[in-house]
Design a protein around this ligand. Structure first.
Ligand code: RIB
Ligand code: CA
Length: 311
């Protein structure tokens, strides 16, 4: 049976790759909608990028709805130093996508689709959690309607600060609302996403795939790798981990643990406090991905890109 998903994103190169993986012929996921949120760059640019990626991946019928243009409380924080001014620098995707966003606020679309569902929609937030938090606060009745939240964010260490990963750090108050909501959460943090590096041999394998989607993904990784140079062996494919898990859960190893979000600390704001050893005695609320089989991930990713047509 097809799994229905809503991707909430801030494209962003790795967001784009997550959408492309989900839309591929090797995926059994049905993309109900794509919602966008302020994150890597401003929400208008993220929305335009989502439309551009939909055009590339042939997602003509998937509604794209624009969401929050800033975090709940803190000031807006972006990551254009990683993704470029456009949010998708280094690609030649169409400047003016033919596809338009729907005339509905993303938060309202999330609520509408979840309330109309029979509880079989999985949310896939791969940017700051502002939209998800707003939807939960506006309509708490969506919580039992959420099949699962498979999110990219957090970890036992950070990348924006020593303690905090960008998606959480960009709106820790929103993340706190989501992590305390009671919805079933599967968390793909840096502990596992930094095990998925597009090393030069992977990029060469990608460049050898002869179709426009694979070529564009190779361009994306080539640009995006700049932010990882000198520190990592290649660009990290953070966001695609969520989609790979939904397609083939056996790729990942998970622990059911307690995770709380720090919103007060001078040095720890945005930290996901992962209680791996159960020392707090607090009720576990997250399936925490701590390891993956990189070969299975890359096999899936390359098969997905090979499944796109040449024209
Ligand atoms: O820390 C990595 C996360 O921040 C990814 O979702 C990337 O797209 C950026 O949003
Ligand atoms: Ca993202």
């Amino acid at each position: 049976m097809e799994k229905k998903i809503i991707i909430d994103c801030d494209p962003g190169h790795d967001d784009a790759m997550a959408i492309i993986l989900a839309a591929s012929a090797v995926s059994d996921l049905q993309i109900e909608a794509i919602t966008t949120v302020a994150g890597n760059v401003g929400v208008e640019k993220n929305t335009k990028n989502a439309l551009r990626v939909c055009e590339l991946a042939g997602l003509d019928d998937v509604p794209v709805a624009m969401g929050a243009d800033r975090p709940l409380i803190r000031e807006f924080l972006e990551a254009s130093h990683v993704h470029g001014k456009s949010g998708l620098d280094g690609t030649d995707l169409s400047e003016q996508p033919f596809k338009e966003p729907v005339n509905q606020y993303a938060v309202d679309m999330l609520i509408e689709k979840l309330m109309a569902s029979d509880g079989n929609i999985t949310l896939v937030p791969i940017g700051p959690l502002t939209n998800i938090a707003l939807a939960i606060r506006k309509e708490p009745r969506i919580i039992p309607k959420i099949n699962e939240i498979a999110l990219m964010g957090g970890g036992t260490y950070g990348n924006r600060t020593p303690a905090a990963e960008f998606n959480i750090y960009a709106d820790a108050e929103a993340a706190k609302i989501v992590f305390e909501s009671g919805a079933p959460i599967t968390m793909f943090g840096l502990d596992v996403t930094l095990q998925v590096l597009a090393t030069p041999d992977k990029l060469d394998e990608l460049k050898a795939i002869d179709n426009p989607v694979a070529t564009t993904v190779a361009d994306m990784i080539t640009f995006y790798a700049g932010a990882y140079q000198g520190q990592f062996a290649g660009a990290a494919l953070h966001d695609p981990c969520t989609i790979a898990y939904l397609i083939d859960p056996s790729i990942f190893e998970l622990d059911h643990v307690r995770v709380d979000v720090e919103t007060k600390g001078d040095f720890t704001y945005g930290m996901t406090v992962v209680d791996r050893n159960g020392v707090t005695g607090r009720e576990p609320n997250v399936n925490f991905a701590y390891h993956l089989n990189p070969d299975k991930f890359w096999q899936l990713f390359m098969d997905a890109l090979r499944s796109y047509s040449k024209s």
